[in-house]
Design a protein around this ligand. Structure first.
Ligand SMILES: Nc1ncnc2c1ncn2[C@@H]1O[C@H](COP(=O)(O)OP(=O)(O)OP(=O)(O)O)[C@@H](O)[C@H]1O
Length: 756
């Protein structure tokens, strides 16, 4: 009887919520229709008219198009929560804010201050709330509700619980993995909310064990910051740096699902425009490349390319040429000279300008040509007035031999050219590195000329770019011209915005950038990725424990304001050049000015699997505490002997167990190819049902079931092998199998009951 009554109450509540949610979707449709209509009208106005009219049309079209894509992005799960407070007020929380025609608020954006109680109320500290309700939607239908009633009389029973919306959270955690991270806007937890809404300025470090939602919280933080500081961030942009391109793809859908499409996702191997470094260095090379001494090595490598000849500079140049059969041939040559001491002076003077190498080159060339022209005039017994000298210098510059000589002495260099040659030429490397690196350290850097770029090369390329500067040739001139044109557009845009009273809503420079020359629209994100010197408004670094000291220099250059979110786990550091503490990497830049938030709850890995991981952590990093899991799993983790195991069969049976989910097989680096060959159908690991990955590759990802192959070799493959095993084990959301060779490592003893 009582049960039937509560079912009736529930059905009534569902009906009520459905009617509210239907109203919200109707409203969304209306706003979408209006925006679409406005866009169509603007486009229908055609391309004719004054420059101002064309400009206004472009601005309006772009704004409508952006709004439209945002409105489409929020279709799924538009509204997910409701709060009722002690004053009798009810608010609905959703992906965006919606108002009715009377301007009354119908849906609160999750990022608005008014939505905050939804995320921070706990039974122990409910704030003004009497109830929090989670709404579950399938398409536009309300399929369920979860209530938490903050009834003070019941507090003693529940006040130990700190999970927000526990039922909704657990339902979300139990879902099978899709290969792409999803947003968690409906179930953000209080400790994560603190991270997400922490202020924009300064450096926030988010330290937390595996599965504590560091990545997902950092991405929601990006969306929050864009909402709360749109004026600042839309112009300068937000950059999210992950460990590799696969990780960037893994997280790529979170921000669009929150209606934010303009955040730049990059990886440490892609921070230097034009280079996509996918390879990893061996640990010994990674350590040397990541060391700050490499900045001095690169500086010396540049200085080494500013040469003087061992004696006088002598260049044979044609004096007379004639045409034979239409081909110009040299009939007389002369040798023009510049004394050794003068060469040294020219080099030192060019260096003393303290300009980057490619920019100082012009000064060196000028002095060289001047000296050669004087010598030429003296030999030909010509008078030397300034005008003549300029003329003969210009003539000399036309000669191939002169240009070749200059290129030998002070070549125009690209970062790729400089670093590529430095690392593959024993002599260049010895000269640049001898003062700073030992012979053994130099030896590990040396590699083949055509070796692919590694992630560890990228900070070196970036460093080189600093010392080389852009060349002052045609590219630079084009750039200056473009900048002047841009300035003119900004002035023009300011005028247009003032006339139309839009000045407060849009920055003229943004408008000018997006509508310049009627060419393709250029977003902040587009411009930022292409520009090495771009200064972002905020940078989020994920898996930040892996960055070397040199990589931090590269990151810091991208954000002169030092507004950063640094996300990672010191206990998971796998790179030999990575961080042992946050202070070690950050104090150099922001000593005493970085703040830390800790995330302590693991939402990914069930208790039974986390117990195994905790044993590993205790053995390899006893000073680090593992996070606490929020739920129990469905199957006990197990260990099986490799000798008794057919990996393909094991994979098939795991896949049967997890149904729709995904399986990862994590192998030692040296065994990946051999294991991957057993699963030839695997293409993109993110889309495959079976992904065969090394530990580096699986970092940051998660899978319903994980098979760890040969843990003994993983443990031994580097000084951080223990951390690697910890990472591998904590990728599992439901099932873990360890396939071991010989004896099971002692730290995994729990898997077969007793150690040994
Ligand atoms: N509040 C939440 N609601 C629902 N799911 C959550 C929540 N927080 C985290 N998760 C889920 O937990 C899993 C782990 O999150 P995430 O990958 O962000 O953790 P992490 O701390 O970055 O882990 P790692 O250090 O191992 O890479 C993800 O599936 C994420 O969606």
């Amino acid at each position: 009887m009582e049960r039937r009554q509560s079912e009736t109450v529930r059905a009534e509540a569902l009906r009520m919520e459905q009617s509210y949610v239907s109203m919200l979707y109707e409203r969304l449709d209306t706003v979408r229709d209006r925006t679409e209509k406005a866009l169509r009208e603007v486009l229908a106005r055609g391309a004719s008219g004054t420059r101002q009219a064309a400009f206004e049309r472009e601005v309006a079209a772009d704004e409508h198009a952006r709004r439209l894509s945002q409105l489409s992005a929020v279709e799924r799960g538009l509204c997910f929560g409701r709060i009722d407070d002690t004053g009798g007020e009810t608010l609905y929380i959703g992906r965006i804010g919606l108002r009715d025609d009377e301007h009354e608020s119908k849906l609160i954006d999750w990022r608005a201050p008014a939505a905050r109680p939804f995320y921070v109320a706990t039974p122990a500290d409910p704030g003004p709330l009497v109830r929090r309700r989670h709404l579950h939607l399938r398409h536009r239908t309300v399929t369920g509700i979860d209530d938490e009633v903050f009834d003070l009389d019941l507090m003693s029973e529940v006040d130990r619980r700190t999970l927000v919306g526990e039922a909704a959270l657990l339902a979300s955690l139990r879902r099978g993995r899709t290969g792409r991270m999803g947003d968690v806007v409906a179930t953000i937890q209080t400790e994560q909310d603190r991270v997400i809404r922490s202020g924009l300025p300064g450096v926030l470090v988010v330290q937390g064990g595996p599965g504590t939602g560091k990545t997902v919280a950092a991405l929601h933080r990006a969306a929050y910051l864009l909402y709360a500081h749109r004026a600042t961030l839309e112009r300068r942009g937000v950059l999210v740096i992950g460990p590799n391109a696969m990780f960037s793809r893994y997280i790529s859908q979170v921000l669009p699902s929150l209606g934010e499409t303009e955040v730049v996702l990059s990886s440490t191997g892609e921070l230097h425009p034009g280079v996509h470094a996918t390879e990893e260095d061996l640990p010994a090379a990674a350590v040397v490349k990541g060391d700050l001494r490499m900045a001095a090595v690169v500086e010396k490598a540049v200085a080494d390319r500013q040469r003087v000849p061992p004696g006088d500079l002598e260049i044979a140049v044609p004096v007379r040429t004639s045409l034979r059969d239409g081909v110009e041939v040299v009939v007389e040559e002369m040798t023009v000279r510049m004394g050794h001491a003068a060469c040294v002076r020219a080099r030192d003077r060019a260096r003393s300008l303290l300009r980057p190498h490619n920019l100082a080159r012009a000064a060196f060339v000028r002095q060289l040509l001047d000296a050669l022209a004087r010598d030429e005039a003296a030999q030909l017994d010509r008078p030397v007035d300034e005008e003549d000298l300029r003329h003969s210098a210009k003539n000399l510059w036309q000669h191939r031999a002169v240009r070749d000589a200059v290129d030998r002495l002070w070549p125009e260099l690209t970062p790729e050219g400089l670093i590529g040659e430095l690392l593959s030429d024993e002599e260049l490397l010895r000269s640049a590195a001898e003062p700073y690196l030992t012979e053994a350290e130099r030896a590990v850097l040396l590699r083949q000329h055509d070796a692919p770029w590694t992630a560890g090369d990228v900070p070196l390329l970036d460093e080189a770019a600093e010392f080389l500067g852009e060349d002052d040739g045609p590219a630079r001139r084009r750039e200056r011209l473009a900048e002047r044109r841009r300035q003119a557009e900004v002035t023009y845009a300011e005028g247009v915005l003032a006339i139309n009273d839009l000045g407060e809503l849009m920055a003229a420079s943004d408008v000018a950038d997006r509508h310049r020359d009627g060419g393709p629209l250029v977003t902040t994100a587009d411009r930022a990725v292409r520009d090495r010197d771009w200064a972002y408004g905020h940078v989020i670094v994920d898996e930040a424990q892996e960055l070397s000291a040199m990589a931090w220099r590269t990151v810091m250059r991208r954000v002169p304001t030092r507004s950063l979110t640094v996300v990672g786990d010191i206990a998971q550091t796998g790179s030999a050049a990575g961080a042992r503490s946050w202070g070690e990497m950050l104090d150099r830049y922001v000593k005493g000015r970085w703040r830390e938030e800790r995330l302590l709850v693991n939402y990914r890995t069930p208790v039974e699997i986390m117990d195994v991981a905790a044993d590993v952590l205790r053995a390899v990093a006893p000073d680090q505490a593992p996070p606490e899991s929020v739920r129990y799993g469905e199957a006990a983790p197990r260990a099986v002997r490799a000798a008794d195991t057919d990996l393909r069969r094991l994979a098939e049976s795991e896949l049967r167990q997890i149904g729709e989910g995904r399986l990862a097989i994590v192998t030692p680096d040296a065994r990946r190819a051999e294991v991957a060959a057993l699963f030839p159908e695997v293409t993109d690991p993110l889309d495959a049902t079976v992904a065969v990955l090394t530990v580096v590759q699986c970092k940051g990802l998660e899978f319903d079931a994980v098979v760890v192959v040969d843990p003994g070799t993983i443990l031994g493959q580097s000084a951080k092998g223990g951390q690697d095993l910890y990472v591998a084990i904590t990728r599992a959301t439901r099932r873990l199998t360890v396939v071991y060779e010989g004896a099971l490592p002692e730290m995994l003893g729990r898997l077969i009951g007793s150690p040994g």
